[in-house]
Design a binder for this molecule. Structure first.
Ligand SMILES: *Cc1c(COP(=O)(O)O)cnc(C)c1O
Length: 390
């Protein structure tokens, strides 16, 4: 990569995050403390959830969510195949079995009909993933889940902030997990948040996020409250540090501006690619407000004499870094070998996975960078249009 290349992602950090970190370091309190509590209140207020538990990743938040609703060995948890490794692996952490489902063709989100078909008496939870930041069809998913007594744990790693029928993602399912990983819309480097309205799940997740140590037990048993502690359950080490929470609070103040810039870039892309008959632009259904975490272009391979990997290579040569979200879970060696999946077992996700390219989309991109991406994509697509294609 040269200095002239357009990176797939660059974070939007400035002197305000640096100052916030400096203040925390100067305070002498490095681990979970007042900054974390503040960040939790801010996220809960933004998404409209009763509680928010800060943790060190979205993966941890998803694990704690499944543990809180009682997922255990022998249970089944329904997961879209079109997702990142984390959504599937946390099911394994609890000795449960991930049951994969296919996508709908327009948004590549979880197909509610396929979800309904795969419910069995062992199904304990479903994990809708708001792919690229486009909310899933939550009315259908929640309705099917309620009827079957299945808990809804949302993987909202891409969906801060997003709305479905006017409601913020984070206020709809039983529990919702957000990510603050380096590339996400709000970035602390590593970090996550678990949101829920349910007091019992919040308490359980909080307890398990820090070794199963009870604060109530401290109050109950310690004479001066300073040294005594009680292990209530064998928990995990998932707490967030005040250093990163302080970065998160600054990022949160910038989030509305970030989203405005994302939407402006998306509008340029949609306008610039709309007339190319050899690509398909991402859809936004009228009932949602898209978080636009990713801009995923789909190639119409039948109209091109180049495949997706070839297109990525040509874009790279033109100085544009791209990515692929995702290689569906069922196509990876572990899932193929452990569960015997073939590519065609989830035909919509499989077909999409062969023709998707994620273009650079982040607030730190200036107009010149956006126009260079557009120029490169048009050059590659128009240069490889199959002559016989109409
Ligand atoms: C990034 C991501 C995660 C994991 O987030 P971490 O904070 O890195 O644990 C989970 N699910 C999806 C869909 C993601 O893109």
């Amino acid at each position: 990569m040269t200095d002239r290349d357009i990176a797939f992602h660059r974070p939007s950090l400035d002197a305000r995050e640096v100052e916030a970190v400096r203040e925390v370091l100067a305070s002498g309190w490095l681990t979970t403390g007042p900054r974390v509590r503040e960040f939790e209140r801010e996220i809960a207020a933004l998404v409209g959830s009763g509680h928010a538990v800060a943790v060190n990743s979205c993966t941890a938040a998803l694990h704690l969510a499944l543990e809180a609703v009682g997922v255990a060995a022998g249970d089944e948890v329904i997961v879209p195949t079109m997702t990142f490794a984390a959504t599937g692996e946390i099911v394994h952490y609890l000795g449960a079995r991930p049951v994969l489902v296919d996508s709908v063709p327009d948004t590549l989100n979880m197909d509610p009909d396929d979800f309904a078909r795969r419910i069995t008496p062992s199904t304990r939870a479903v994990i809708p993933v708001h792919y690229a930041g486009h909310p899933c069809d939550m009315d259908a998913i929640v309705e099917i889940a309620r009827r079957a007594g299945v808990r809804v744990v949302e993987d909202a790693a891409h969906a801060l902030p997003a709305r479905y029928r006017g409601r913020m993602i984070g206020s709809i399912g039983d529990l919702t997990a957000f990510s603050f990983y380096a590339t996400k819309n709000l970035a602390t480097g590593e970090g996550g948040m678990l949101c829920t309205d349910n007091d019992e799940w919040e308490q359980r997740a909080r307890l398990m996020s820090l070794h199963g140590l009870s604060r109530d037990a401290w109050r109950r048993y310690a004479s001066d409250g300073s040294w005594d502690y009680a292990i209530m359950a064998p928990g995990f080490k998932y707490n967030l540090s005040d250093v990163l929470a302080a970065v998160g609070s600054v990022q949160l103040q910038k989030l509305a501006g970030f989203q405005e810039r994302r939407r402006a870039i998306v509008a340029r892309y949609q306008a610039a690619f709309g007339d190319l008959d050899a690509v398909e632009c991402p859809a936004e259904r009228p009932e949602v407000e898209h978080a636009w975490h990713l801009y995923v272009l789909r190639l119409r391979l039948e109209r091109l004499d180049i495949d997706r990997n070839g297109a990525i290579e040509e874009l790279r040569r033109l100085g544009i870094q791209t990515s692929v979200h995702f290689i569906p879970l069922h196509m990876h060696p572990y899932y193929r070998e452990a569960w015997g999946f073939g590519p065609e077992d989830f035909p919509v996700a499989f077909a999409a996975s062969q023709r998707i390219i994620s273009l650079p989309l982040y607030p730190a991109m200036d107009d010149e960078a956006v126009e260079r991406v557009i120029g490169a994509v048009r050059e590659v697509v128009l240069g490889h249009r199959r002559p016989g294609a109409f």
